[in-house]
Design a protein around this ligand. Structure first.
Ligand code: GTP
Ligand code: MG
Length: 237
């Protein structure tokens, strides 16, 4: 049975190998251990920031489910990027692979995906989160009003949230992707079948995928419209 210690050792091996490029049989130096601790410290900050933002979203969902009698959020998923993906993204952008560089250059090490029921819920949740005075908006990309050429739709926010430690507070960045169940359905299947290749067949498939995205988007709009009509009918005069 794996113990907590084994898990930690496995994670540290992964970080050494995938982030610092240290070989399995290489000896650890004081310096490499120090850098490992800095990396772990940074990942702890990202995990804490995810907890803070997730709690804010859960509180908003609870409040709205009472006041509006429907749950705007159907689920919340989060992840901290793996050491390998962090290093790979830095390399791809010709940036140094170091702890300082992660902090200075990457906005999506901490990621939260919020799956909403209806399109209006996305904007309500985003507005209410951004109205909180300890949340700072860094960037906002609306791929719902301006879908990506491939058909991808989602509202992307990069936010900064203060995380409190014994040593003081520190702003930490989190990427929040907010989308409907339908947009998420498309994005997760598209992610699985995406194929980077320029052959005519792949181009044709990409075009069909975009058509699927448009069909799904039209259904989202229709569902929102039906909900508003039902609400108008059942409103107590
Ligand atoms: P990344 O380097 O991928 O983080 O891109 P970026 O910094 O330009 O940000 P962007 O807003 O384009 O995308 C960020 C994230 O959104 C990606 O990492 C994916 O999770 C998601 N995403 C963006 N485009 C697509 C897409 O076409 N399909 C799917 N399935 N996901 C996408
Ligand atoms: Mg990303």
């Amino acid at each position: 049975m794996a113990t907590l210690f084994d898990t930690r050792t496995k994670e540290r091996r992964e970080t050494f190998r995938d982030f610092f490029g240290v070989e399995e049989d290489e000896e650890f130096t004081e310096e490499s251990l120090e850098r490992l601790l800095q990396f772990e410290d940074l990942m702890l900050k990202y995990r804490s920031a995810i907890r803070e933002v997730t709690t804010k979203l859960e509180v908003l969902n609870d409040e709205l489910s009472v006041s509006r009698e429907h749950n705007p959020i159907s689920s919340i998923h989060s992840r901290v990027k793996r050491p390998y993906s962090i290093a790979e993204k830095l390399r791809r952008n010709h940036l140094p692979v170091s702890v300082e560089s992660v902090q200075a250059n990457l906005n999506d090490v901490a990621g939260i995906r919020v799956i909403c029921s209806f399109i209006n819920d996305i904007y309500d949740i985003a507005d209410m989160l951004l109205a909180q005075d300890d949340i700072r908006l860094v960037t906002r990309k609306d791929y719902i009003k301006n879908p990506k050429p491939g058909g991808y739709r989602s509202l992307h926010l990069i936010v900064e949230v203060p995380v409190f430690f014994s040593t003081g507070k520190e702003p930490v960045r989190v990427e929040v992707q907010i989308r409907t169940v339908a947009m998420d359905f498309w994005a997760s299947l598209e992610h699985q079948i995406r194929y980077k290749n320029d052959s005519p067949e792949v181009k044709a498939i990409a075009e069909e995928l975009r058509v699927c995205a448009d069909t799904i988007a039209a259904t989202d709009v229709k569902m929102q419209e039906l909900k508003l009509r039902i609400e108008a009918k059942t409103k107590i005069p």
